[in-house]
Structures are given as C-alpha cells and as structure tokens.
Design a protein around this ligand. Structure first.
Ligand code: UD1
Ligand code: MG
Length: 484
C-alpha cells in the first residue's frame, strides 16, 4: 500500500465523534476506472454543478457523523488524492480494480471497530441528511446489515433488489439478471451499513462467480441472510439512487442540482425568468427581489444582494455583488467586488481583484484587472483599466488604456485622484500618478505625473495644408499631377 500524501495510513487519525456510539467508520469506494465515462479524468473527479463528485459525497459522509473516512483510490489516484487532500480523509490504494467487494478489502477493514458505512464515490446527489436517517434507523433497529434501496422509474444499469414474498433475497447485477429480474424497479443504491465484525466475517466469503469475474459487494446481502443476521432494506429517496457512470448521467445529476438550487432561490423570493436555462451553483447566495435572466451562470462563492438584476448570458464567478446592481447582458466577472447601485456592461469584463464602489458605471467593452474605481466614477465605453486605483467621480473616456505592462515584463500601477477627467483615447503609461481634478486631453500619451487641477495634453499641434488634394474637376482633366 502506498503512503497517503497527506496522512500516513498506519497512523490513522481518530476524530472525536461523541454522538455516535459505537464508532462509525465510512468507507467510500472511488478506485474504479469509470470506463463508461470515456473520459481521461478519473470518474469521481468529474464536476457536478461546479464541485467534484467525490467532494460532494465526502461532505455528505462527514455530515452523517462518520468519525473516520477511508477512501479507496486506484485509477488516477494521484489526482484524486490531490483533490481530497484538504477533506480529512485517509486514502487506501486498491492496486487492481477487481470489483466493489475487492475495493472494500483494500480499505483494511481488519483495523475497523464498531459500524461501517460503505458507499460509492459516484453518487453526487447524496446528502448528509439522507445518510443521517439511515444511520439512525440502523442503530435504533439494532441491525447487523442495512441495505439502502430506492424504487425508481428507470432502473437502467442499477442492481435489482430481488425479494420473495416481500422478504429480501439478493441483489442481482444487470449483466447477470434474467428478463423478469430486469423488470424490478427497486434498486441497490450501493449504500450499506454493517457491523464491522459481520463485515470481517462475510467479506472473505465473497466469490467472483459472475459474468464480469468481479468480487461484488452486493453478495453481502445473500451471505448475511444465509447466516441469519438481522438484515433490513432502508428506503432512500430516488435521488439517493442516482449514480453516475456515463456522461449522460453526469449531465442529469448536474441538472438536478441546478434545478434544486433554482427552486430554493425562487422560494426565497428571487425572480428567475427561465428556471431551466439558469445555472446557479449551490454555493451561491442571491438576495430576495433580485432577478436572474436566462443563460446566466453564477459560480463558486458568489454573493449577490437584493434588488439586483443579472441580465442574459452573464458569467459570474467568486464575486460579491451588492444591492440594486445591474449586470447587463454578456458580462464576465471573476473574483471581484461590485458595490451597491453599480451598472456593469453590457459586454464588460471584471478580471480578478477588481472592486468598484457605489454607483460606478462600467460600460460596454470595458475591461478591469486588479483595479479599483471610487464612488460614482464612470468608464462608459471601450477601455482597459489594469493595475489602477481611480478615485471618486472620475470620467474615463472612450478608448482609454492604462498601460501597465512594460517591455521588461513588469507590471506597474497608476493612481488617479478624485474628479479627474480622462479624455477619449488617452494612454497612461504606468507607473503614474494623476492629481485630483486633473484633465487629460483626448488622444494624449501620458508618461509623467500630472499635478492636481492641471491639464496635460501630449498630442501634436494640428497642421492645416490648404488645397492638399486637387479638386475633382482638375483630377478628371489632369491625372499625372501628384499630390502637393
Ligand atoms: C454498483 C453496484 C450496483 C448498484 C450501483 C449503485 C456492485 C457490484 N454493483 O454498480 O448494485 O446498483 O453500484 O450505483 O457493487 N469501485 C472501486 N473498485 C472497483 C470497482 C468499483 O473502488 O474495483 C468503485 C467505483 O469507483 C465506484 C463504486 O465503486 O465509485 C461503484 O462502482 P461502479 O463500477 O460504478 O458500480 P456500478 O456498476 O455502478
Ligand atoms: Mg456506479
């Protein structure tokens, strides 16, 4: 077994868990190749509404009160370990992927005491409260093995739960199922709660006598029944059964989470014009009275205040947006702060570390990068404002460029005071400081600091050359003459 990059398998850290007694250890299976995904990315790392599938499963397991979480990794494990690094799990390597029971063996169950919660890493819709409920029934009913099943409309590839006169008999995988068994709608969700000592006894008895020649964890059920253990099927809601094995299933799970989030937002008073075409990750918050138009995508740790309007085709990631803000169509905002009553766009871009104070207006084709604009300042059209600090009430004219990137590849900052008027098509070569109330004449290239209240103009004087071009009539009669 390889050493975990974050923790040593031999020195498994015990986390305090006063509520659960006996101790609950979770074993999450995530070593499979995910062949059906047809993707180079390990299956459990595929994002579902912005977060890796495995991250969702592990957070649910934590909420369920597992004192220790063991993750079985194999295929693409270097990447998986890196992603789960901060989540406080202990990784165990399954060298060859020979089935779900084989994966459980890789989790070194001989070192587990108490109860074990086993589940698949490919069920991203699972929530902490689903698991909490199963754990509670398992304890209350003093079960030896609990199997979580669900009754679903389209059972697809999920293992079927076979009963005889209502009593549990076995789980049959689709590949091994008869036509009659395939008609069953009660399916195995892949979630099991089992006493550690029962697992230790039954696991070695699982054989690979099936079409795939794999060690199926599903065989636990029939083995436990044979041995006369107290076994019960717990009924989960249909979303618990949503496993992701293909790209189509991934898209379905993603849609489910977006739809759930949109419903929550609408229940809290957010107006969503077309819920099916609006994408808001579950980590985002939006205040009541705000409106979200279709095809907008709100990501990560984004917070939007009240009475704000997000117009169509807007992308916002990791931003804080205040109240009564208008983000107009086609704008793209990342890691930035937009204070109350600002207007951004249409077609504006706020790159990371930008901050615009109250009532700022950023118009079409204006890009900000690591730039701050003071209260009521305006950049209404076609400008690049990079590495800058602009004061209050300034006007940044059309076509202005804050030239921050020099041939030595260094970036420099520009500081602009309050009430500065920057005419159209001005270039400010950083590092530079422009004093309060200064005026920069249109078309100027500013290379030196400008004092307060001064006018700076650098354009060449206009020259008039009379009769520079021949009149049309002269041109027609004599074409040999060159321009004067
Ligand atoms: C499994 C169940 C099926 C159930 C379904 C629920 C078995 C045999 N079948 O099928 O009854 O309805 O889950 O989604 O258990 N894994 C390993 N090592 C392996 C094989 C798999 O770690 O050698 C992991 C995978 O990464 C995955 C999980 O186990 O996270 C389940 O494996 P998968 O191949 O997706 O099983 P299913 O066919 O979905
Ligand atoms: Mg699966």
């Amino acid at each position: 077994m390889k050493k975990d990059i974050h923790k040593d398998n031999d020195s498994v850290q015990k986390m305090d868990n006063p509520k659960e007694s006996p101790k609950l250890t979770a074993l999450v299976l995530a070593a499979g190749q995910g062949t059906r995904m047809k993707s180079p990315l390990p299956k459990v790392l595929h994002p579902v509404a912005g977060r890796p599938m495995i991250d969702r499963v592990l957070r649910a397991v934590k909420q369920a009160g597992a004192g220790e979480i063991r993750l079985v990794v194999g295929h693409g494990q270097a990447l998986v370990r890196a992603v789960v690094g901060s989540l406080g799990v202990i990784c165990f390597e399954q060298k060859e992927q020979q089935g779900t029971a084989h994966a459980v063996r890789a989790g070194q169950i001989e070192t587990i005491e108490g109860n074990v919660l086993i589940l698949n890493g490919d069920h991203p819709l699972l929530e902490g409260r689903d698991l909490q409920e199963f754990v509670k029934i398992f304890h209350d009913e003093k079960l030896d093995l609990a199997l979580v099943t669900a009754t679903v409309k389209n059972p697809g590839e999920l293992g079927r739960v076979v009963r005889h006169r209502g009593d549990l008999k076995a789980i049959v995988e689709v590949k091994d199922a008869s036509a009659d068994t395939l008609k069953i709608h009660e399916v195995n969700t892949g979630i099991y709660l089992i006493k550690a000592e029962v697992l230790k006894e039954l696991l070695p008895k699982i054989k690979n006598h099936n079409l795939k020649k794999e060690y199926y964890l599903t065989d636990l059920l029939s083995l436990a029944l044979e041995e006369g253990y107290k076994v019960q099927a717990l009924t989960g809601k249909p979303h618990v059964a949503v496993g992701v094995n293909t790209q189509a299933e991934l898209a379905r799970a993603t849609r489910f989470i977006f739809a759930k989030k949109i419903k929550e937002l609408m229940d809290e008073g957010v107006m969503v014009l077309d819920p099916k075409c609006t994408y808001v990750e579950d980590s985002v918050t939006v205040g009541a009275g705000s409106v979200i138009y279709p095809q907008s995508f709100l990501r990560g740790n984004t917070k939007i205040g009240s009475y704000s309007v997000i117009e169509p085709h807007v992308f916002i990631s990791e931003c804080t947006i205040g109240d009564s803000v208008q983000i107009r169509a086609g704008s793209y905002l990342e890691k930035s702060k937009v204070h109350n009553k600002c207007v951004v766009g249409p077609y504006a871009r706020l790159r990371p570390e930008s901050e615009i104070s109250e009532e700022v207006q950023i118009g079409n084709f204006v890009e900000l990068k690591n730039a701050k604009l003071g209260k009521k300042s305006k950049a209404a059209h076609l400008a690049y404002i990079g590495d800058a600090e602009v004061g209050e009430d300034c006007n940044i004219g059309c076509g202005t460029i804050f030239v921050n990137y020099l041939p030595n590849k260094e970036k420099h900052r520009t500081k602009v005071g309050n009430r500065v008027f920057v005419g159209s098509d001005v270039q400010m070569i950083a590092p530079l400081e422009i004093g309060d109330d200064a005026v920069l004449g249109a078309g100027s290239v500013i290379t030196k600091d400008v004092p307060a209240r001064a006018l700076a103009v650098t354009r060449a004087k206009q020259v008039i050359k009379e009769d520079y071009r021949p009149r049309e009539t002269e041109e027609a009669t004599d074409t040999s003459e060159s321009p004067k």
